[in-house]
Each structure stands twice: as C-alpha cells, then as structure tokens.
Design a protein around this ligand. Structure first.
Ligand code: FAD
Length: 482
C-alpha cells in the first residue's frame, strides 16, 4: 500500500483537485491501485458541495436530495440504513467524511488549498500553482472541481437596474427575510422548482419563469422511491409503456400544464424531469405563479415575460428579488483553455465526458449532468482514471504498454458512440429511460437548472444509461487485464 508518510516527490504523484464525491472516488481508486497522489480542496472538509456549513455551496440546509439513498452511495461503503431514503445535505456530508476516513484518504488531503493554475509543460509534467503561492510539479492531474464553479446568467441580467436585488441559485440559502417581498425565480429545472417552493414559504408572491416545460415526478411512486421503482421491473409503474408511465405520474401529482405551467417539451421518458412532491401543489394553491420566458427588462426593473396556459401575451412584473436558477457554465478557470478544446457545439471535448483527447495525464471528472444520482457515473469515470494512471506509471517505469491501455487510447481518439457496449446494456430502451427519467434531477443532476442548449457552453446533460454502459465497457478493458 502507498504510505502517505513516506516522502514521495510530487513529480511522481497525481494531483486531485477537489475533494467532493468525484475527487473521493478518484482517491479511493488510486489508493487501491497504489498510485501515489495528493488531494486538495479550497474547502475545510472533504465532501464538495455537500457541506451545508460552506458559504459557497449551492445546496442549502433545508433541501433534500433528489436521488434516493440507494443511488447516492459508493458500492464499497453503503449509506447507513438509519438514514432516510432522501438524505439532507448534512447527512450526505457525514457519509462522505466517513467514506474518506474509511479509506484513509484524509492522510492525502490538504484542506483550504486552492489550485490557481495547473499547466502542462510536456506529457507527464504539470506545473501547479496553489493559493498559498507554493508551486509544485505533478505527473498528472485529475480535476474534480465540480459543475458549480461558474454560475450562468441570461444576457438580459446585465440590463437590470441596480435597484433590483439579484441572486444566483448558487447563493440561495433559504427564504428568511423574504416576508412581504415579490420574488421572480428564473429557470426551467430542478433548482428553480426547489427554490420557488422554498421562497413561497415566506415571500408575499413568487413568480416562476420557465422557458421550457418539464414533467414533475414525485419522490415516491407506489410507496417506493421513484428511482428504485424505476430501476426494477417497473410493474409498480404500470408496465413498459410511455403513455402508461405518464398516466401513473399524472395521477400521482398531476400534469404540469393542468396546473398552469408550460406543457413539457418532451415525453416523460425523454425529459429532464423535475423531482418534487410540492411544486405542483404550490402552483395550484396560487403560492407560485407560473410565467413563461422573460422577453424584456424596463428601466425601473419591470420584467416583461410571456404568459402561460390561457394567460397569453406579454405580462409585466416588478420583482424585489430575482433568483437566477439558470445553470452553470462548463470549464475550469485553473486549466489553460487550449489543453481542453471545445467541440463545435461549445462543449468541452472530453472522451466519455472526462478524458482529455490525445494525452494520458489529464482527467476532468463530473463535467456532465445526468438524470438520477451522479455517484454511479463518477465512480466509473474515477476507476478508469485510476487504471489509466496506473498503466502510464508502469509504462514510464519501463514496462511495455498494455493491450488495455492501447485499446483505451484507440477508442479515445474516436467518437464515443463507437465504444462497443454489450447488447441491451445501454438501457436505452423504455425501461432504462424510465429509470433515468424517474431517478432524475434535471439532467445532471438535481439538475441544476435549465437544459443546456448546444453552443451555450453550459454543463451539458447526457443520458445516464448510455453513458454508464460506455464507461462500464471501457472499464472492463482494464478489469479484464487486471
Ligand atoms: C443544487 C444541487 C443539487 C444536487 N442534488 C443532487 C442529488 O440530489 N443527487 C445527486 O446525485 N447529485 C446531485 N447534485 C449533483 C452534484 O454535483 C453531485 O452530487 C456531486 O456533488 C458532484 O461531485 P463532484 O465531486 O464532481 O463536485 P463537487 O461536489 O462540486 O465538489 C467539487 C470540489 O472541488 C473544489 N474545487 C473546485 N475548484 C477548485 C480549485 N481550483 N482548487 C481547489 N479545490 C477546488 C470545490 O471547493 C469542491 O469542494 C446536485 C448539484 C447541485 C448543484
């Protein structure tokens, strides 16, 4: 085993940037393969955004996760059964700290240390500058910096006069102080729904501006967590039929358009659904007023937006507070832009969402939004990263390149749709899509916000089932060789 107390020069180590779920998964995998590493985070503790005491976390203490316990755990350390089916951020924080302790990862962790820049000189030589001013050379970088570093606001936000208070969802902490206030929440996804519900607890009025309609699904279906029910043979949901699934969901919570929200743009099985037990009730009660897309901003801060349902045309609203639940932009300020080029659509050009093309010494974890719990995908990416970095370490020590490494490089050079997956494993059929839709959070996670459009540079949403199947197939190359 790697002994962290034995001094190993950093130039022989991998640097993990970020100690959230992705960084921890990478650390556990590197440790298992005895690949030396350090892990840093600007935060005081491991756990990433799942630390309600952090001032810069996009989660707030009163929120519940949208993925159930079963889909929010690492296979090598399950959640305690005493935890509820849907964890609070505080419980997730406890779990992640326990995971780090269980694997002895805290010995490798340097808290309160940010990476200002990491740039490669040549393959296997990275110069890293830390917030402490210290500079070190590492052999490889796993950047697990998360998806909430770069909050996105629509262009019209720049036209708002200073008299209007604005907040990004990342800075939402709860509804205290909103008594008597008019609040406009902007965004089509999970965070917008959750914040609208939270704001409606105190605010005088909440208006929710959605550009795109989405299905709303409850956390439990037929008494079982939605993602668990959907991952089994979905008899609980009424059978393998899209219309039936939509009917079951509509019976459970109602259709968004019947409550006055925009009609979902996609069928339930293709949609980035919103997981919520409350939002449709709050809309029906009139505590949240649905609104369409914002079309203009007046000099007094008056907002013009489209109506929804039978309220057609342009409507005007003067809010005291606007909350932008409009997602996050992809990328990393600490990495040079030319190291990770973008595709024509504006997305980071990473194989399987994580692996830099043409180089073996850079992995960027978790830069995609998926429906359902994010951890299963992060674990697959992290395991492949560890295999890759173990293989290149052996190679630089003089061992011949392994067949698995060569095949990985060959696949990485091409389109990921060419990754051969066992028949049926992509769960791209109804069952898989149902599972993804109901396990969801708006894509990517609790989703964080409105669906990313091509070219907008927002963190992209991917189909979880398809991506997991490809990742498992690539991981199997290395598993089989081990
Ligand atoms: C509001 C919200 C709700 C969500 N709900 C769910 C849910 O219910 N279920 C689910 O599965 N997923 C959910 N997600 C998705 C969430 O992103 C994942 O659960 C998970 O946190 C991703 O882990 P990560 O390690 O990639 O990123 P993070 O948890 O974001 O951790 C990244 C870490 O990197 C650190 N970092 C960044 N840059 C630097 C730097 N330059 N130097 C040093 N440290 C740095 C940050 O401080 C942070 O600690 C949600 C996301 C959001 C935003």
């Amino acid at each position: 085993m790697t002994d962290p107390h034995v001094q190993i020069p950093t130039r022989e180590k991998v640097l993990i940037i970020g100690a959230g779920p992705a960084g921890l998964a990478a650390a556990a995998a590197l440790k298992a393969l005895e690949v030396p590493f350090d892990m840093v985070d600007r935060a005081r503790h491991v756990g990433g955004i799942w630390d309600p005491e952090r001032e810069d976390t996009p989660v707030w203490p009163a929120m519940d996760m949208v993925s159930s316990r079963e889909f929010t755990q690492f296979e090598d350390m399950l959640q305690p059964v005493s935890f509820p089916e849907y964890l609070s951020p505080g419980q997730m924080a406890k779990y992640l700290r326990a995971y780090a302790a269980h694997h002895g990862l805290t010995d490798h962790f340097r808290p309160r240390l940010a990476v200002r820049s990491a740039r490669p000189f040549e393959e296997g030589v990275w110069q890293v500058e830390f917030s402490s001013g210290h500079i070190a050379v590492y052999r490889a970088v796993i950047s697990a910096h998360g998806i909430s570093e770069r909050p996105h606001r629509p262009d019209w936000a720049a036209e708002l006069p200073s008299s209007v208070r604005v907040l990004h969802a990342k800075d939402w902490t709860g509804p205290d102080g909103l008594e008597g206030q008019r609040v406009l929440v902007v965004g089509s996804g999970q965070s917008a729904a959750d914040i609208s519900v939270d704001a409606a607890r105190r605010a005088l009025e909440v208006r929710w501006s959605m550009r795109t309609g989405h299905w709303v699904v409850p956390r439990r279906i037929a008494g079982v967590p939605g993602d668990v029910a959907a991952s089994r043979e979905p008899s609980a949901l009424g059978g393998l039929n899209a219309r039936i699934a939509e009917t079951v969901v509509a019976r459970a919570v109602g259709r968004p358009q019947d409550a006055g929200l925009p009609r979902p743009a996609a069928g339930l099985l293709e949609d980035s659904v919103i997981v919520s037990d409350d939002v449709l009730d709050r809309v029906r009660e009139g505590r949240i007023t649905p609104a369409g897309e914002v079309t203009g901003v007046g000099p007094d801060g008056g907002i013009t937006h489209l109506g929804t349902g039978h309220h057609a045309g342009h409507l005007r609203y003067v809010p005291d507070l606007i909350v932008f639940a409009t997602g996050y932009e992809s990328g990393a300020d600490h990495l040079p832009q030319d190291v990770v080029p973008r595709t024509a659509a504006g997305d980071l050009d990473l194989f399987l969402g994580a692996f830099a093309r043409g180089r073996d010494d850079l992995v960027i974890l978790g830069q995609q939004r998926v429906s359902g719990g994010a951890l299963p995908l992060l674990v697959q990416q992290a395991d492949i990263a560890a295999y890759l970095l173990a293989a290149t370490r052996e190679q630089s020590a003089g061992a011949p390149s392994s067949a698995a490494l060569e095949e990985f490089r060959r696949l990485r050079a091409g389109s990921e749709s060419a990754v051969p997956t066992p028949a049926g494993s992509s769960r791209g059929g109804l069952r898989g899509r149902l599972s993804d839709a109901l396990g969801a959070r708006p894509s990517a996670g609790r989703a964080i916000a409105p669906a990313a459009g091509a070219g907008e540079g927002l963190v992209p949403a991917v189909d979880r089932g398809t991506q997991l199947a490809r990742l498992r197939a690539v991981r199997a190359l290395f598993d089989d060789a081990a």
